[in-house]
Design a protein around this ligand. Structure first.
Ligand code: SIN
Length: 311
C-alpha cells in the first residue's frame, strides 16, 4: 500500500531519516537500514572528518528541537566506503549527503562520488544554518545557480539538493526558476528554520552553546513552513524534479499532509531523535490506517492533490 517509486527505484514506503539524525556512524546507518524506513540518508559529509560545534549543541523541546551541530561527520571516504560496501548487499539504494564548506569542496566531493562505483542517490546540502561564518548557500540565488552549473558540467548520477525554508512567494518563484534550469532528481524541503533562539526561563540562559544559543529549529514548530515549501516547489518545478518533504513529521497524518502537498518521499528528524528508529514502524502503520479510513489503496491516488477553497 505504501510502495513508492522514486527515480528508478521502488521503496517499501516513503519514510526516511532526515540527514543528521541517527546516521553518523556505520552502526546508526545499519540500524536505519534494518528499520521499517523505506530508505535512509547519511549525515552530510565534508571532505575531511569534522568535530563540529562545541556541546551542548542539540536540545529537545516540547514542540520540537534546536540544534547547532556544525556538521560533525566522519568524512567523505567513511560514508563512501559504507555506501560501496552496502550496494553489494542490498538492491535498494541509499542517499549520500554532502555539505562542503566551499564551492570547491562541494565540487571536489561530487567528483569523487562521480568517479567512484557508487550507484545510489546523492544529496547536496546547500542549507546548513550552523557553521559560524558560513551563510546558508541557498539563500543566495546567483551562487546556487553558479554551483549547480559547475556540478552539472560533470555530474551524471541522480542528484538532489537540500534547501532551507523560504518565506516569500517571490523567493519560491526565483528559486524555482533557478532549479528548473538543471536536471535535478529532487529537492528536499526543508532544512531546519535557521537561527532560532530557545531560552530556559528559569536559568535565564540559552540551551545550546554555539553561536550564543542561535540554532536551527525543527519539529512541530516548523510543519506549516515545511508544507508550504513542499507545495510551493511542487507547483513550480518541472514534474521531473521530485520533492522530498521534511519538517514537523510526528505521525502518519503529518506524512499524509506532506504527500498531499506533493512530496514523493518524506524525512523525519526531530521525532526520530526523540523516539529512535522504531518510529518508522509506528508511522507506517498510522499512514496505512489513515489511507484505509479514507479509502485510498496507493499514495499515487492522493499525492499532490491538495484542494484550494473555491467559491
Ligand atoms: C548540522 O550539522 O549543523 C545540521 C546539518 C544541517 O542543518 O544541514
Amino acid at each position: 500500500m505504501l510502495e513508492t517509486t522514486f527515480v528508478d527505484y521502488t521503496f517499501n514506503n516513503p519514510l526516511m531519516n532526515a540527514s543528521g539524525v541517527h546516521c553518523m556512524t556505520q552502526k546508526e546507518m545499519d540500524e536505519l537500514s534494518e528499520s521499517a524506513a523505506g530508505a535512509f540518508v547519511t549525515k552530510s559529509a565534508t571532505l575531511q572528518h569534522r568535530d563540529g560545534n562545541p556541546e551542548p549543541r542539540y536540545y529537545d523541546v516540547p514542540l520540537g528541537s534546536i540544534n547547532s551541530m556544525g556538521l560533525p561527520n566522519l568524512g567523505l571516504q567513511y560514508y563512501l566506503d559504507y555506501a560501496l560496501d552496502r550496494q553489494n548487499k542490498f538492491e535498494t539504494p541509499m542517499f549520500f549527503s554532502v555539505a562542503g564548506m566551499s564551492v570547491d569542496e562541494n565540487i571536489e566531493m561530487l567528483k569523487v562520488i562521480q568517479e567512484s562505483d557508487y550507484k545510489g542517490i546523492t544529496e547536496l546540502n546547500l542549507s546548513c544554518p550552523n557553521v559560524p561564518g558560513k551563510p546558508q548557500v541557498a539563500y543566495d540565488f546567483p551562487l546556487t545557480e553558479e554551483i549547480l552549473t559547475k556540478v552539472f558540467a560533470f555530474f551524471t548520477k541522480p542528484l538532489g539538493i537540500k534547501l532551507p525554508p523560504y518565506f516569500d512567494l517571490a523567493h519560491f518563484d526565483e528559486m524555482a526558476d533557478v532549479l528548473n534550469k538543471f536536471p535535478l532528481t529532487y529537492v528536499n524541503s526543508v532544512n531546519s528554520v535557521g537561527n532560532g533562539l530557545y531560552i530556559d526561563t528559569e536559568s535565564e540562559e540559552v540551551v545550546i552553546k554555539p553561536k550564543d544559543g542561535f540554532g536551527g529549529i525543527g519539529g512541530e514548530y516548523i510543519k506549516p513552513t515545511a508544507l508550504a515549501n513542499v507545495r510551493a516547489f511542487y507547483t513550480r518545478l518541472n514534474p521531473s524534479i521530485k520533492i522530498i518533504g521534511t519538517g514537523g513529521i510526528r505521525s502518519g497524518k503529518d506524512v499524509f499532509e506532506h504527500l498531499l502537498c506533493g512530496a514523493t518521499m518524506v524525512q523525519i528528524g526531530t521525532e526520530l531523535h526523540k523516539e529512535g528508529p522504531a518510529i518508522f514502524e509506528r508511522i507506517s502503520k498510522e499512514l496505512e490506517e489513515l489511507m484505509t479510513e479514507k479509502g485510498y489503496h496507493s499514495i499515487d491516488e492522493f499525492r499532490g492533490k491538495l484542494k484550494s477553497i473555491v467559491d
